[in-house]
Write a protein that binds this ligand. Structure first.
Ligand SMILES: NC(=O)c1ccc[n+]([C@@H]2O[C@H](COP(=O)([O-])OP(=O)(O)OC[C@H]3O[C@@H](n4cnc5c(N)ncnc54)[C@H](OP(=O)(O)O)[C@@H]3O)[C@@H](O)[C@H]2O)c1
Length: 343
């Protein structure tokens, strides 16, 4: 049996995602081999595919993908903490490897065991998106029940996770999304704002009077951050944590500088540095798997596509207008890929 994985061969459009075939990798000492069942697709994959300028971008050629769920199918020497057949999840971003692959060798100590019976496509949504959302809500903003929050990109991967976890935390929520995401945002429990056709600052004032306690902003850009800050009421916090809306080094630099200058404002509002979400993963991910197993959260899967259709997943990502997270299935059920399915 061979391994198949996606490789980015040059920076550019979705066509640079190439499927390659190679020998099955063998786990080294302390490693296990994971047969991947679900690999997450994210805005970060898109940004690093387009350009190597994003901080921490992998060097060409590389396999993209930040998060996987799968089953342990081979053990390297000196591994006693994990058994063959165990379902596991991993974040691959700090492990120097990417998730768009049928098989991956990963350090046993970096794996998170899954409770039995979880849908791999839903479980993979938790690894980065829900861990990030949890960190921004609790570590970044320190939200309290009853507070009002505005979540940008509320139909997206991290955004929809913020809305679901915000609902559990008892927040009053508003969420920006394009027209296609409005229903999903409402169904998750937030009041949608169509950011392409409405001025979100004016709409927040209209809906709340004096603004919100917290804005979660993964969109970035100088003008966007200043407007998010404007949507805050007295004592409010701006939690910026991404640049989904800014292209190129200039956009990223403008975002970072704007956040810094806003944090110096002598008013009662704050714009702190966001936490490193991965630092809390050992506490948050087991907790989140528990919530999924108990049915208290239900991640939105925008579409499930075969691994070989990674380029199509990136085209969907570029078009936007989907709700939730795109997931690649290396071993898809028969018929999948003829038409992407949601849920
Ligand atoms: N700091 C961290 O630890 C961390 C971790 C994970 C992700 N992130 C960052 O979080 C961001 C989102 O990642 P993701 O994977 O969730 O992406 P995603 O699924 O592509 O979601 C992005 C969403 O943003 C929306 N959007 C685009 N421009 C917008 C605007 N101007 N106003 C409001 N919404 C807008 C899109 O909605 P429409 O399609 O409806 O336009 C889409 O739903 C990325 O920047 C990523 O790098 C940060």
């Amino acid at each position: 049996m061979n391994n198949h994985r996606i490789v980015v061969t040059a920076h550019g459009g979705p066509e640079v995602l190439q499927l390659i075939e190679e020998e099955l990798p063998l786990p080294g000492p302390g490693e296990v081999r994971v047969r991947v069942q679900a690999a997450g697709v994210s805005a970060y994959d898109l940004m690093s595919r387009r350009s190597g300028m994003l901080p921490g971008s992998p060097k060409i050629p590389y396999t993209p993908g930040l998060d996987v769920v799968g089953v342990v199918d081979a053990l390297g020497a000196d591994v006693s903490s994990i058994e063959l057949g165990q379902s596991v999840a991993a974040g691959t971003v700090k492990l120097g490897t990417g998730g768009y692959s049928e098989f991956l060798c990963l350090p046993a100590g970096e794996l998170f065991p899954l409770p039995p019976g979880l849908d791999p496509a839903k479980a993979v949504c938790l690894v980065i998106n829900y861990v990030t959302a949890h960190a921004m809500l609790h570590g970044g903003a320190g939200v309290q029940a009853g507070e009002r929050v505005l979540i940008h990109g509320a139909a997206g991967g991290v955004g929809s996770a913020l809305v679901q976890l915000g609902g559990l935390a008892g927040l009053e929520m508003y969420g920006t999304a394009s027209a296609a995401g409005q229903e999903a945002v409402r169904a998750l429990g937030a009041t949608p704002i169509d950011y392409r056709n409405e001025d979100f600052v004016a709409r927040i004032r209209e809906l709340t009077g004096d603004g919100v306690d917290v804005v979660f902003d993964p969109i970035g850009g100088g003008a966007q951050l200043r407007r998010s800050y404007k949507a805050l009421r007295e004592g409010g916090r701006l939690i910026w944590f991404g640049v989904a809306g800014s292209r190129g080094v200039g956009g990223i630099a403008a975002t970072v500088l704007t956040r810094f200058f806003l944090s110096l404002n002598p008013d009662s509002k704050t714009a702190p540095m966001p936490p490193d979400a991965w630092e809390s993963v050992r506490d948050s991910l087991p907790l989140l798997f528990g919530l999924l197993a108990e049915g208290k959260i239900d991640p939105l899967v925008a579409a499930r596509l075969p691994l070989a259709e990674a380029a199509e997943a990136h085209r969907i990502l570029e078009r936007g207008g989907y709700a939730g997270k795109l997931v690649l299935l290396p071993d898809p059920p028969a018929g999948l890929g003829e038409e992407p399915i949601a849920g």
